[in-house]
Design a binder for this molecule. Structure first.
Ligand SMILES: CC(C)(COP(=O)(O)OP(=O)(O)OC[C@H]1O[C@@H](n2cnc3c(N)ncnc32)[C@H](O)[C@@H]1OP(=O)(O)O)[C@@H](O)C(=O)NCCC(=O)NCCS
Length: 284
């Protein structure tokens, strides 16, 4: 295991993108790295750990110091590799790492369970196939990509984010940090406006490249505009945007206790998949 370096960031994003496969579990995605880049590229790099084989990145982990969770992405070629799984587990011996998100990696998951790691909070993965055209959202949608940033749109993007999560610390500066990162090259922010021109909903969508699953992170509706179909509408718009970016499916994972979130995705045609739980380090 190595700590990432700043000049590795693009390579890590590309490696993580290459591990996404249609129909597979929703594991660490370039969008997760991209969203965390809003805290600054340096903070993201400091949070990243990489494993290499023959000079190629074959696994990556993103550490959240506050919660002690490391979110893992593993190359499909190592799914069944027991020796590699043992190396991963040994490398995660630091007790400050109290939980592991390992949604992929059969051998690693089996080893965690077999070593007494227990199920943590349940998350609900959801997925929508993008083969067919997505229904129109009915909202007026404005798109912000890295090359076309209008100040007014950006202010709306940030204002809705802050009004959808009470503890949000999102700012224009943080958006700019996110958009300057390598993952945002294949991402877009959407802002949805109601009939009176109010910015009511927003989402950021992240492609992992043509034919691979794209990720929604985050999505929400302004607290003053909920319960009027905007959650369903912005989800449809997100799916349509990912389809345009070439994604095979639109995927998302939300805490299973977020009943409104799950309901909004299902109402926009997402299939609810069985709960996924993180692994918590055994105590004692
Ligand atoms: C989740 C959220 C997007 C829903 O937005 P909304 O505009 O109220 O949703 P809609 O009015 O479009 O409702 C869509 C569906 O979800 C259901 N729903 C919405 N909120 C719900 C809740 N709290 N509990 C249960 N069902 C709920 C609606 O009944 C509707 O179902 P239907 O289509 O079967 O009638 C909004 O509450 C939000 O922004 N929450 C904070 C951010 C968040 O959790 N984002 C999603 C996870 S990343």
């Amino acid at each position: 295991m190595q700590r990432a370096t700043p000049n590795q960031l693009s390579e890590i994003v590309d490696a993580v993108a290459g591990w996404q496969h249609t129909g597979g579990p929703v594991q660490l995605h370039p969008g997760d790295l991209g969203w965390n880049c809003s805290l600054g590229e340096q903070a993201l790099v400091e949070a990243l750990r990489v494993w290499t084989r023959d000079g190629r990145i074959v696994a990556a982990g993103m550490v959240d110091d506050d919660s002690g969770l490391i979110r893992m992405g593993i190359a499909p070629s190592l799914d069944d590799d027991a020796a590699f799984a043992a190396q991963l587990l040994a490398d995660l011996s630091d007790p400050a790492l109290s939980a592991v998100e390992a949604r992929f990696g059969k051998a690693f998951r089996e080893l965690l369970s077999g070593s007494g790691w227990v199920a943590d909070e349940p998350w609900t993965p959801l997925s929508r196939d993008l083969t067919e055209k997505v229904d129109d959202s009915g909202l007026r949608i404005e798109v912000i990509d890295a090359h076309d940033v209008q100040d007014r749109l950006l202010q709306d993007r940030v204002a809705v984010q802050r009004a959808m999560f009470a503890n949000s610390t999102f700012t224009v500066e943080r958006w700019r940090a996110m958009a300057a990162g390598p993952a945002y090259r294949r991402a877009r922010c959407l802002v949805g406006y109601d009939g009176d021109g109010n910015a009511a909903a927003t989402v950021t969508v992240w492609s992992a490249g043509e034919g691979r699953p794209g990720l929604i992170e985050p999505l929400g509706v302004h607290k003053d505009h909920r319960g009027r179909g905007f959650g369903r509408a912005i989800t449809l718009a997100a799916a349509a945007a990912l389809r345009e970016l070439g994604s095979s499916t639109a995927t998302v994972c939300t805490p299973s206790g977020n009943h409104g979130g799950v309901a909004a995705y299902v109402s926009a045609g997402f299939r609810q998949l069985p709960d996924a739980t993180d692994f918590r380090r055994p105590t004692g």
